[in-house]
Design a protein around this ligand. Structure first.
Ligand code: ADQ
Length: 466
């Protein structure tokens, strides 16, 4: 039997409250299913050379964590990963900056990951690298002699070549991806964008008729693996949380008003200022809702060391204050805006309590909250999802009310349509989406990826001489 080794920038240690995020949810579910090793940064930065990884075993999963030098972390994570790759891959050229120093740190932190991981690897491992922080890791492991199957999954969108070309080192980035045996994306669009890059760099002949990519003596598989949720566990969490103190208090405080809920990391890609304007537009256009709806927005802080994130936080505080100042009454606050973290189960309870789930990112790889909202609903009386067409999830959840997140009038209309939707239509839309979620849940996501890696084992990944 092979062992699964997952590698990601940050790892979530058991019983330690790490930053919430979709990646951790995905990796943990894969490892819980199969057992194995999760390797990554443990969350501490230090002033000297990092030593050997710390290891901890829980429930069949080994967690191996390394520290990073403060300066390296700043350049590699806050710098190159989150001020170059993240904005570029989300089509935000304005938030982007290129620095050779940061790019070098990105390369050297990836090399450090490879060096520290190597001694932990076993003969029959399948290695699954996660996300944009670690694109060069595959090449570096190959250079260090690793011949085992290597997979890479990108949790965020992949930009078309015309956007990718903005990156001075785009060719290296594409070449780095070809060192993996399996490269996975969230949606067909991302896959097509990757092919556009491959075609640009290696010519159309590099893409075989079966979709595989041939570069030099290597053949790799690029494919779509849309991440999902654990439907039953979200449902259980949601139902249980309904009787928790936090959810009950929130529910009672509504005094029979409609509830609209948004849950997003505080990130400019999530479209929060645009959403706040749309809500304001909605209150102006449909004044009959005054005093009759509460919008609860939960937005835990993330990447607070990066300037763009400080700015968006300020903009949102002002926008929430403006809307509340203008529309609130002595007994009603239109927006409840919280930067706090909640346990996942509480969030699921809040989603279940909502008549409207609002998920309007300007660009998103998938968006698990949209899927969790659907899974958390009471099927007899489900709430309605308002979903951005620019989230990867829109492809599967096409029975949601789909909106362009930049169009505040359309988003306002959609909120109104959601609030007035008759029960049979709500049930029908919900049932269709739930079926899709069950068919393609988180277990099938990781199973499909691991199977693809297993197939890459052996001679499959090398072109035999004819
Ligand atoms: P994120 O940008 O983090 O993920 P998302 O997909 O919505 O976005 O995942 C967030 C996850 O964290 C959800 O499961 C949510 O419930 C959870 N979460 C949010 N706030 C929390 C809190 N306070 N406490 C506990 N859990 C919380 C990236 C990509 C997405 C992609 C995912 C998975 O940007 O597009 O869907 O990875 O691949």
């Amino acid at each position: 039997m092979s062992r699964l080794v997952c590698v990601s920038n940050r790892i979530s240690l058991p019983r330690k409250s790490a930053a919430p995020g979709g990646l951790a949810v995905g990796v943990l579910s894969a490892l819980k299913r199969t057992g194995g090793l999760w390797f990554g940064w443990g969350g501490d930065t230090i002033g000297h050379e990092p030593g050997d990884p710390d290891q901890l075993i829980r429930d069949g999963v080994t967690y191996a964590t390394i520290d990073l030098r403060t300066r390296d972390f700043e350049l590699y994570y806050n710098g190159y990963s989150n001020q170059m790759l993240w904005p570029l891959f989300h089509y935000f050229l304005r938030g982007m900056r290129y620095s050779v120093e940061e790019r070098d740190a990105y390369e050297s932190v990836n090399r450090l990951f490879a060096q520290k991981l190597l001694p932990l690897l076993q003969e029959r491992d399948l290695i699954w690298v996660h996300d944009y922080h670690l694109i060069p890791l595959g090449r570096q492991l190959r250079e260090a002699g690793v011949r085992r199957p290597l997979g890479f999954f990108l949790h965020i969108p992949f930009p078309n070549i015309e956007m990718l070309r903005v990156l001075p080192t785009y060719a290296e980035l594409l070449r780095d991806l070809t060192h993996y045996d399996v490269v996975g994306f969230q949606t067909q669009n991302d896959l097509k964008a990757f092919y556009s890059g491959i075609e640009h760099l290696f010519g159309a002949e590099a893409i075989r008729s079966d979709g595989r990519i041939r570069v030099g003596d290597r053949v790799l598989r690029a494919d779509v693996f849309p991440i999902g949720v654990d439907v039953a566990s979200v449902q259980n969490e949601a139902v249980e949380a309904m009787s928790s103190d936090v959810v009950r208090r929130m529910y009672d405080s509504l005094m029979g008003r409609h509830l609209m809920v948004g849950v997003d990391r505080l990130d400019y890609s999530k479209g929060l200022p645009e959403r706040f304007s749309a809500y304001q537009h909605f209150l102006e256009t449909y004044p009959e809702n005054s005093g009759r709806i509460t919008y609860l927005q939960i937005a835990p802080l993330s990447r607070s060391d990066v300037k763009a994130y400080v700015e968006i936080r300020q903009a949102l505080e002002q926008a929430a204050g403006r809307t509340n100042g203008r529309f609130a009454d002595t007994d009603w606050t239109p927006i409840r805006y919280l930067n706090r973290n909640f346990p996942h189960s509480t969030l699921m309870g809040l989603l279940r309590s909502a008549h409207v789930g609002i998920v309007t990112p300007l660009r998103d790889g998938m968006n698990l909250v949209a899927k969790e909202f659907v899974a958390a609903q009471n099927a007899d009386d489900p709430g309605v999802l308002v979903l951005s067409t620019l989230a990867g999830a829109a492809r599967e959840l096409n029975s949601a009310l789909l909106v362009n997140p930049y169009d505040s009038r359309a988003v306002g209309h959609a909120i109104q349509a959601a609030l007035s939707m008759p029960l049979p239509e709500r049930r029908e839309r919900h049932a269709a989406m739930l079926q899709t979620l069950k068919r393609n849940d988180i277990a099938s996501w990781s199973r499909r990826f691991v199977e693809a890696l297993e197939k890459a084992d052996g001679t499959d990944t090398r072109v035999r001489a004819i």
